[in-house]
Write a protein that binds this ligand. Structure first.
Ligand SMILES: Cc1ncc(C[n+]2csc(CCOP(=O)(O)OP(=O)(O)O)c2C)c(N)n1
Length: 324
C-alpha cells in the first residue's frame, strides 16, 4: 500500500490538532468550574482515532468508549454540536441530554461514546452483522481500551465476528492504564494474542505514529470490505491527561504514575512527530502549520462560544426522544 499523500496527512494533522486543542480547552474549562461533569480526555491518543477513521466514510460505523470526544471528531463529527452537548445545551448533538459520555451522530456513522466499559464492542459486533447482511461493503470499528479488553464481551465478539466473517475491526488503544491501575497489574498476557485464539489476524502498532496506524488500519479496512472478516489492532499509546479531569479529588494526593514517565511519553507526542515529519519530508512548511494552528484555535473558540450562547433544553423536553 503506498503511503498517505501529503494532502491526506495534512487533513489528519489538522484533525489531530483539533482534538488536542478541544481537549485542552475542556480540561481548562472543567478546572475553572464551567462544565457540569468530569471529562475523560483523549489527549495523546489522537493518531489512533484519526489514523483509523481516515479510511472510513459515513456508511461505516464506529463505537467508542468513555474517552469518546476524539473518536467523534476523528469520524467527522461537528465540533460545535459536540461542544454544546458537553455543555448540556439544546443545540448539542444529542440535544444536550447525553453529555460527554454519549456524544453520538448516527447520520455520520458515530454510534456513540459509551460509559459501559466494553459496551461499544458488542454494539459494533451487532452493527457489523447488520452491514454484512446489507452486503454493501461497509465496515464497523470498535475503539476500546486495554481495560475493556479484559471484559468477557470481547471474547464473545471475537468469536461471533470470526465465525460469521463480519466486517469488524477491533481497535484496542493500550494506553497502559485502566483508571489508576497499570495495565500489567490487571491484564494477563499480550492483548493481541487473544485474537489468534479465534483465528482473527492481530497486529500491534505504535499508536503514536500516525503513518503506522494509518497503514495497518488501511489493511484492516480493505480486508473487512472484501468480506474477509475481522482484524484486531492493538495500538500502544499513552493518555497524557488523567483518567478523568475530576481525578485529583478522588486521588487525594496519591500518585499512580511518575512525572518522568509522562515526560518520556510527551517526547513521543503523535502530533509533534507528525509535524516534524511533514516539514522534514518537505510536505508542509512551518508557516503552513502555523496557519493550521490558527485555524484550529478559531474553530475551538467558535465552538465554545456557540455552546455558551445556546440555551439548555427546557424541562418539558425531559422525556422527548426517550421512547420510540
Ligand atoms: C462495565 C464497567 N465496569 C467498570 C467501569 C468503571 N470504569 C470506567 S473507565 C474504567 C477504565 C477503563 O480502562 P480502559 O478500557 O483501559 O480505557 P481508558 O480509560 O484507559 O481509555 C473503568 C474500570 C465502567 N464504567 N463500566
Amino acid at each position: 500500500m503506498p503511503p498517505a499523500s501529503a494532502s491526506e496527512i495534512l487533513v489528519m494533522y489538522e484533525r489531530m490538532l483539533l482534538i488536542r486543542r478541544v481537549e485542552e480547552r475542556l480540561g481548562a474549562d472543567f478546572k475553572a468550574g464551567h462544565l457540569i461533569a468530569g471529562v475523560h480526555l483523549y489527549s495523546g491518543q489522537e493518531a489512533v482515532g484519526v489514523g483509523v477513521c481516515q479510511h472510513l466514510g459515513t456508511d461505516d460505523w464506529i463505537a467508542s468508549n468513555h474517552r469518546g470526544h476524539g473518536h467523534f471528531l476523528a469520524k467527522g463529527g461537528d465540533v460545535r454540536a459536540m461542544m454544546a452537548e458537553i455543555h448540556a445545551k439544546v443545540t448539542g448533538v444529542c440535544r444536550g441530554m447525553g453529555g460527554t459520555m454519549h456524544v453520538a451522530d448516527l447520520g455520520k456513522g458515530i454510534l456513540g461514546a459509551n460509559g459501559i466499559v466494553g459496551g461499544g464492542i458488542s454494539l459494533i459486533c451487532g452493527a457489523a452483522f447488520s452491514q454484512s447482511l446489507q452486503g454493501r461493503g461497509s465496515v464497523s470499528v470498535a475503539f476500546f481500551g486495554d481495560g475493556a479488553s479484559t471484559q468477557g464481551v470481547m471474547s464473545e465478539a471475537l468469536n461471533l465476528s470470526a465465525l460469521w466473517k463480519l466486517p469488524m475491526i477491533f481497535v484496542c488503544e493500550n494506553n497502559l492504564f485502566s483508571e489508576f491501575s497499570r495495565s500489567d497489574t490487571v491484564v494477563a498476557g499480550r492483548i493481541v494474542d487473544r485474537a489468534a485464539a479465534y483465528g482473527v489476524p492481530g497486529v500491534q502498532v505504535d499508536g503514536n505514529d500516525l503513518d503506522a496506524v494509518w497503514a495497518v488500519a488501511g489493511q484492516a479496512v480493505r480486508r473487512a470490505r472484501a468480506g474477509d472478516g475481522p482484524t484486531f489492532i492493538e495500538a500502544f499509546t499513552y493518555r497524557m491527561a488523567g483518567h478523568v479531569e475530576a481525578e485529583t479529588g478522588f486521588l487525594q494526593g496519591a500518585q499512580y504514575r511518575s512525572s518522568d514517565e509522562v515526560t518520556a511519553w510527551a517526547e513521543r507526542d503523535p502530533i509533534r512527530r507528525c509535524a516534524e515529519r511533514l516539514v522534514q519530508r518537505g510536505q508542509a512548511s512551518p508557516e503552513q502549520l502555523a496557519f493550521i494552528e490558527e485555524r484550529v484555535a478559531a474553530q475551538v473558540a467558535d465552538a465554545v462560544q456557540f455552546a455558551l450562547d445556546s440555551p439548555p433544553p427546557s424541562p418539558e423536553q425531559a422525556l422527548e426522544f426517550m421512547f420510540a
